[in-house]
Design a binder for this molecule. Structure first.
Ligand code: PLP
Length: 852
């Protein structure tokens, strides 16, 4: 029978246990081990059953047990001490508070998903986990972020596997009353709401859930309320659920509704409105249009408003895979913006921002990543390699510039240490190295012995083996009710065997089944009598991706072969809870994407924080961090003839590494049973990688390199009733209109003969037609480097030229010089680019005039 309504009846906590309520209400518990232990001790079995969920636990625990604890003075004292510690954490100055008065007072961070805790399944994969880690590190550092997202009633799907090895999806409905969040209310107690005008006179209304993630507030919009029609109530039903229109509605809500929700929240909380808006991928890009609407309402033109929006917006692109970028049919977007949705904003201007009006673009398509880049003055990729790839991939927005000049920088992702480091490793760090912050310890020190490190790694492996057996047994019971699990499940995997892990979503480029390229070879590795290997695999396929489901099925079929079945296992329902045991328990973390399609990849980072070594294609973060002592690089067969040959070559290289390098080193034991060389690599990994891979490092970089400059730019253009923004918009219009007239008329060179020597000086004089522009509107530059066969310059240097003379009616004359510093090929050209102090880069407008 199905209930027509459901809600959670909450326990009344005894007075003495009031601190538990306060602790459960702040998601800080998700990364604070002592708080987790405080809750676990209430009812350890129920705790495991509910999956580490303090809020849920308080709802289910029998009142008698609570009475008992309320009478236990030492338990009550522990709860009070932890509550006091939380209050101090929430109020004391942290890193950000030392930055001075110019640091922005509020920063809004928009993301379509947030992976914070298992109990709150509002993520599908890397993007969401990263957003969760961003909020957690921001909290630890005191960065005043307000997160904005959607509350999905069913979150992402729960995965089970049929007897045929086929992925089955289910969508358990979450009960908001059972989660640590509360409805945002006005002073009169009424629920705050945002309303979006829709076509045909309809409207979409959403309430706003408020969550505390340590010091950070997270706002989640929810359309499942009686004010909406049945159909509109389902807008926030699932993460990435439906197709075009459903998705567009979600993104309109996230961007436009989200911007309105932040406004409502900051007013109610009495804190300043955000100065910086960070878009975690393009899904929330419509927020820029909502901000433009507000500014147009304040009297700016759309073009002027866009300059204000751009100044304060930061855009992070997360994927070079075209299918990963959101695109809509332009007519659909047009229909939604030809309404009262954004009064004062012309639909033509909206469509222009997302138009693929460049060579290679698809007419009639609205591209969210392109809009994100056009609405943000600052943009970044998520690893150095991905930054380079993105500069090429989006170079069409800055025509005439080399990829190196494209204004997209990179900040390499990081992971939140307290969430992703196993508590046992942190205990070892604390007892031997003096700090539970394992990322700040000197792991090369003698204060911790090889034997201790190895013993810990053994415990982590064993913990994973037990967790895997438990999960497989539970999955069996679900699939075969009443039938006992096979005996061999009890011996599934071994706590002694070299363990390799692989878990991720299953899009094609991640190549889940690369390991099956040569089944005979894999079988030999798994069953080697001297140096066996075992594999733990997990991952979800997108519900609509049957190709991905077939890959999972192939893997499961292989893993059921009686010869290997104890040594390879596919664990269903990959999620945060599984991941927290999986990464620490694996000796080696495997990643084999098609380079360069993995923008960063973070699971390998989480493995490294626990002393696991990486075995990976040189893609994403690994391309910048791999060294000889933290793992192994699988060479990319970039020059292979086709995809099949490439897979075969890369798989063979992977098998070779496992057979000839990894297994021998793992099984090379001293008299004490410790693999000394392997432990040295663990020490090196922990000492060098963990600080660099921490999300604290990442968030500090975002603050210093993007948020502070964006806030300064926003202040500058909005000062004096936005006079600078108005002037900038007028200047840009003038420069664009005049640019066709700008060109380098001719260039004279002197000072050297036809075959110059090192140390000689080349003098250059350029005659430049400026049309209607003044010399102060531009810079003229000598660009030199090494010519390649195509005459493209590499190793480029830019030298500004000086204005020598400027007479009306004649070309302006610019001069400068460069000294030859090394022998070999030399090439140069002269270029003119617009220059304005309010632009973040000379390439920003995509305008350049080149000599010749
Ligand atoms: C870290 C994590 C991911 C992302 O891992 P990638 O290596 O970036 O693919 C996905 N899902 C979960 C549960 C994670 O913890």
């Amino acid at each position: 029978m199905k209930a027509i309504r459901r809600f959670t009846v909450r326990t009344v906590l005894p007075e003495a246990l009031a601190p538990l309520e306060e602790l459960a209400a702040n998601l800080r518990w998700s990364w604070h081990q002592p708080t987790l232990e405080l809750f676990r001790d209430i009812a350890p079995e129920l705790w495991d059953e509910l999956g580490k969920d303090p809020f849920g636990l308080l709802g289910e625990v029998p009142p008698a047990r609570l009475g008992e604890l309320a009478a236990d003075t030492s338990y009550v004292a522990r709860a009070e001490a932890l509550r006091d510690e939380l209050r101090a954490y929430l109020s004391e100055p942290r890193w950000y508070q030392g930055l001075g008065p110019d640091a922005p007072a509020t920063i809004a961070y928009f993301s379509p998903e947030f992976g914070i805790a298992d109990a709150l399944p509002q993520y599908s994969g890397g993007l969401g986990i990263l957003a969760g880690d961003h909020l957690k590190s921001a909290s630890d550092l005191g960065v005043p972020i307000v997160g904005v997202g959607l509350f999905y009633r069913s979150g992402y799907f729960h995965q089970s596997i049929s007897r045929e090895g086929w992925q089955l999806e289910s969508y358990p409905v979450l009960d908001p009353d059972g989660l640590p969040m509360s409805v945002l209310r006005g002073p009169d107690g009424a629920a705050a709401q945002v309303v979006l005008a829709l076509p045909d006179g309809k409207a979409l209304t959403a309430r706003i859930w408020r969550l505390a993630v340590g010091r950070v507030t997270l706002l989640l919009l929810d359309t499942d309320i009686p004010e909406n029609s049945e159909e509109l109530r389902t807008v926030t039903d699932r993460l990435y659920g439906g197709g075009g229109e459903h998705r567009l509605l979600q993104e309109l809500l996230l961007g436009i509704g989200g911007a309105r929700a932040v406004g409502i929240y900051t007013r109610l909380a009495g804190i300043p409105a955000p100065e910086v808006f960070h878009l975690n991928e393009g899904h929330a890009g419509f927020l820029g249009l909502e901000r433009a609407r507000e500014l147009v309402g304040d009297g700016l033109s759309f073009a002027e408003a866009i300059e204000v929006v751009r100044a304060g917006t930061v855009f992070t692109t997360h994927t070079p895979v075209p299918a990963g970028i959101d695109r809509f049919e332009a007519p659909l977007v047009q229909r939604y913006f030809s309404t009262d949705l954004l009064p004062g904003v012309d639909v033509v201007d909206v469509l222009a921002l997302g138009a693929e009006d460049y060579p290679g673009g698809t007419p009639g398509t609205f591209n969210m990543a392109v809009m994100g880049l056009r609405l943000a003055q600052r943009a970044n990729g998520v690893s150095q390699l991905h930054g380079r790839v993105s500069r090429h991939m989006f170079g069409f927005l800055w025509p005439g510039f080399d990829a190196a000049d494209v204004p997209i920088t990179s900040i390499t992702n990081g992971v939140h240490p307290a969430t992703w480091t196993d508590p046992q490793l942190r205990e070892l760090a604390e007892s031997r190295l003096g700090s539970a912050d394992a990322t700040s310890c000197d792991w090369t020190s003698d204060a911790v012995s090889d034997a201790e490190i190895w013993e810990l790694r053994g415990r982590l492996r064993e913990q994973l083996v037990h967790d895997a057996r438990r999960r497989m047994t539970t999955a069996w019971a679900e699939q075969n009710p009443g039938v006992a699990a096979p005996i061999w499940y009890r011996e599934l995997l071994s706590p002694e065997v070299l363990t390799i892990g692989f878990a991720r979503r299953v899009p094609t480029y991640k190549r889940l089944t690369l390991m099956l390229q040569d089944p005979g070879r894999l079988r030999a590795l798994l069953t080697d009598p001297e140096r066996p290997v075992q594999l733990v695999v997990a991952g979800k396929s997108h519900p609509a991706d049957d190709g991905g489901k077939r890959l999972i099925q192939q893997l499961i079929e292989f893993s059921q072969d009686p010869e290997v079945r104890g040594r390879i296992v596919f664990l269903p329902d990959y999620d945060i809870g599984m991941a927290q045991k999986l990464y620490p328990g694996c000796d080696v973390w495997l990643n084999n994407p098609l380079r360069p399609l993995e923008a960063c990849g973070t699971s390998g980072m989480k493995a490294a924080l626990n002393g696991s070594l990486n075995l990976s294609i040189l893609d994403g973060w690994w391309a910048e961090f791999q060294d000889e002592h933290n793992g192994w690089a699988i060479p990319s067969a970039d020059s292979a003839g086709d995809a099949a040959e490439r897979d075969a070559l890369e798989a063979a290289a992977m098998y070779d590494l496992i057979e000839h390098q990894i297994a021998p080193r793992f099984y090379d034991r001293g008299a004490d049973g410790v693999p000394t060389a392997w432990v040295a690599d663990i020490r090196h990994t922990l000492a060098t990688l963990s600080p660099a891979l921490s999300a604290d490092r990442m968030v500090r970089e975002y603050v210093e390199r993007l948020y502070l400059p964006a806030a300064a730019a926003e202040h500058t253009v909005t000062a004096d009733d936005a006079a600078p923004a108005r002037a900038l918009a007028a200047w840009i219009a003038h420069v664009r209109a005049s640019w066709p007239e700008v060109h380098v008329a001719h260039v004279e060179s002197g000072g050297v003969d036809a075959s110059p020597h090192v140390g000689e000086e080349l003098r250059v004089r350029a005659f430049v037609e400026l049309g209607d522009l003044a010399p102060t509107d531009v810079v003229v530059e000598l660009v030199h480097g090494r010519p390649r066969s195509s005459e493209e310059l590499t190793e480029v240097h830019v030298v500004p030229l000086e204005l020598e003379s400027y007479d009306l009616g004649k070309p302006a004359v610019y001069t400068g010089s460069v000294t030859f510093e090394r022998a070999g090929g030399f090439g140069y050209t002269v270029r003119v680019v617009p220059r304005n102090a309010l632009l973040a880069s000379d390439a920003e407008l995509g305008l350049v005039a080149l000599a010749g």
